[in-house]
Design a protein around this ligand. Sequence first.
Ligand SMILES: NC(=O)c1ccc[n+]([C@@H]2O[C@H](COP(=O)([O-])OP(=O)(O)OC[C@H]3O[C@@H](n4cnc5c(N)ncnc54)[C@H](OP(=O)(O)O)[C@@H]3O)[C@@H](O)[C@H]2O)c1
Length: 413
Amino acid sequence: MSQFDLVVFGASGYTGQFVVEELARRVSGSLTWAVAGRNRAKLEAVLAEASKHVGRDVSEEAGVIVADVKDTASLEQMCSMSKVLLSCVGPYRFFGPPVVEACIANKCHYVDICGETEILERIEEKYHAQAEKAGVHIIQTCGFDSIPADLGMLFTIQNFPGVITQAESFHAFKTGPSGSSVHTGTWESLIYSLANDSELRKKRTHKAAFQWQGPKLKKRGNVFKAKETGHWCIPFLGSDVAVVRRSQRARQTAGQHPVQYGCYFNPGSLMACIMMYIWGLFIYLVTRTMWGVRFAASHPGLLSLGFFSEDGASRKQLSEATFSTTFYAKGFTDKSLVSSGGKPNASVTTRISGPEPGYIACSIMLVQCALCLLRGDLPHRGGVLTPAVAFTGTDVIPEINKAGVKFSVLESS
Ligand SMILES: NC(=O)c1ccc[n+]([C@@H]2O[C@H](COP(=O)([O-])OP(=O)(O)OC[C@H]3O[C@@H](n4cnc5c(N)ncnc54)[C@H](OP(=O)(O)O)[C@@H]3O)[C@@H](O)[C@H]2O)c1
């Protein structure tokens, strides 16, 4: 019998502290929870800090579990004590697989905020059958990567006035007068993810082709002005497209047609797009050699011109920031028109918006995914699943909405 309903692993990390606070705000009644990590003193300090922000002493109610990814026995013990584990221990390339294994072995459900595309697909390939057999849900990308994209697509499909065949989403980020910064934990994950992108391409070669329907999705340039938003944009290079495509593959396997998808990002101006593109190319080239990867991983401030920092964003910076992800979807009013060769005659515009995306909205979405898992009644009995596949038919979107990340239909015709 598990001692705790929910356990935050990596609670002492920069992101972990916000997840602990968000969880402390949301747990109610008889739910039991704990923080876990490799250093008890740090975990106790996180609970003390969270108590200041949530307005009650959570040190009294939360358990503390000491566990280290490098100590399998401690992982096994932590997972045997938990019903749902929220893992904030990254880079997931290094720390994900042992935790997933311990969860499956101990029948503990798992959610994380991984955005490292190659390891996501590796974990799916290696553990899906085992997790399904054990009846354990392993649901990654429950943070900003890739809930707005994946559940956003699910929401858009659900609200489409007919048969949807394609959708594009545009992320927009607003920072306040205090500026912004990202913690180096994300930098490390980004660097190792880029360094391993060739493994990803090899892995995908054996997969069945998509049976797309309707006109082909327009190919966008590396830098373009989107007429939908009126802004200069570049392709968004996070895990969103890969995760949404996995969800669409699952739709295809289930006999529904997959939806073509593209994901972009508005850095602010044409000049910002060009600078971002050149910077991205530079980082990509640096990560082509092992020496470059090691150098980049250990010099985040230098290579990001100070944007990534050990301190991360201040609370003021976080409180001033917001995000929105807007979907423009097209399709047909009737199934019979899809293969007619005609132009789409139906559309919907949806938006997912909320507070600062990387830590505040991320914690809201992760905690709601964990709570949804805990409530049970999911459509699959287990497996390594994308959020859209795992949570189809559940109340996760309305619950995320209530918690402060809004899903809305802007226009439908
Ligand atoms: N998808 C999203 O929206 C999103 C948003 C933010 C972050 N992230 C991802 O979340 C991850 C964490 O980022 P972060 O900025 O919070 O990094 P961080 O501050 O470095 O946190 C890493 C956490 O992992 C723990 N850890 C490291 N090695 C461990 C081990 N051997 N055993 C147990 N715990 C270990 C650390 O514990 P100690 O405190 O003891 O060092 C710390 O709690 C990154 O992969 C990042 O990319 C994703």
